[in-house]
Design a protein around this ligand. Sequence first.
Ligand code: PLP
Length: 355
Amino acid sequence: MTERVVNFSAGPATLPVEVLEEARDNLLSLGDLGAGICEISHRSKEYDRIHEGAQEKIRRLLGAGDEWALLFLQGGASLQFTMVPQNLGADADYVITGTWSKKALAEAKKLGSPRVAASSAETGFDRIPTELDLSPTASYVHITSNNTVAGTQYHSFPKTEAPLVCDASSDILSRPLDLDRFGLIYAGAQKNLGPSGLTLVLMRKELLKRSPDSLPTMLDYNTHAENDSRFNTPPTFAIYVLYLVAQWLEKQGGLTAMAEKNEAKAKKLYEAIDGHDLYRGHAQQDSRSLMNVTWRLADEKLEPVFLEQAAKQGLVSLKGHRSVGGIRASIYNAMPAEGVDRLVAFMKEFAQQHG
Ligand SMILES: *Cc1c(COP(=O)(O)O)cnc(C)c1O
C-alpha cells in the first residue's frame, strides 16, 4: 500500500489510522453481519447501537446532560449559518473574526437585522476581539471559536446575557468546554470529528421553543430533536466514523488529555516560527490557534519553494487558504506529534538554507 503522507489539510483532514482501519474492515461486513456499514437500514438495531453510541460518547466527552439536545444534521456548518437565525431570530450580535463569521453574518442579514458586536477585520483578522458592544435585545451572540483560515482561536469565552452561539467547526472536541457559557454549538465534522457530510449541533433544549411554526420541516431544529436525528436518512457512514473517532478520543484519555497533546504540538510549531527570522506568524500571540497555525515567509517568493520542498518530504497540504496565502499547518486532534516534529525539523533545515 502507498505510504501515508503527513497531511496538514484544513478539511477534510487527517483521521486516526486505527479509525480508518476499523472503518475499512466494517465496510464489507459490520462485525459478523455480512453486510457493510453503508448497506444497512438507519432503523436497524445494528445501526441503533452506532447512532446511540455516538451520541452517548459525544455527550460524555463534552459533559452535556439532559438539558442539551444533540443533533446529527447535514448541509455542513454553512447550513447552520441560516438555520441558527431562522430558528432563534436573526436580530443577533455577531463577532467578526474571519471568513466564516462573515459568511454567517451574511446569512443572518438575509433574515433580519444582525449587528456587528466587534471585528478584527482592520488588523487582517490577526486577533480575537476582547471588547464586545452587545445589544441588550440580541436574540443571541455568535462567535467562531477557531478561525480556520486566519489561525486564531478563543482561549476564553465571553459571558453573555443572550445565548452564546458558537461555530466550533475546527476545534470541537480539541479541548474541554465550559458548556455553561453556551446556548448552541455547531460544527461541520470534516475537521476534527470525521468525514464530511455530517454536522453536529448541541443546543439547549429550551431554545427549541423559539423556532417559528412557519419554518420548512427540515430547517426546524425541533424536527430533528423530536426524531432523534432520524426524521429522514441521516449520514450513517459519517456518524459511524464519528463513533469511532469518539471511541479513539476516549482511549486518548478524553478532552483534557487531548488538549494537553494539542498544546504541546502547537507550542513546538510556534517556537519554530518565532525562532527564525525567515518565518512571520500571522496571529497575535494571545490569539494563536492550536489547530490551524498560519505564517508567512519573510520573502514571500520563497513560499512556493517551501511548499514544494516540504511536499518532497511527505509534508503536504501546507498552502494557506486562497484568501490569505502563506503557509497553514492544520494540526487537529488526529495529527500525531511525530507529524509536527517532522515539519519542525524541515522548517529548521529550510531556514538554515535560506535564512
Ligand atoms: C470549514 C468551516 C466552515 C464551513 O463548513 P462546511 O461544512 O463546509 O459548510 C464553517 N466554519 C468554520 C469555522 C469552518 O472551519
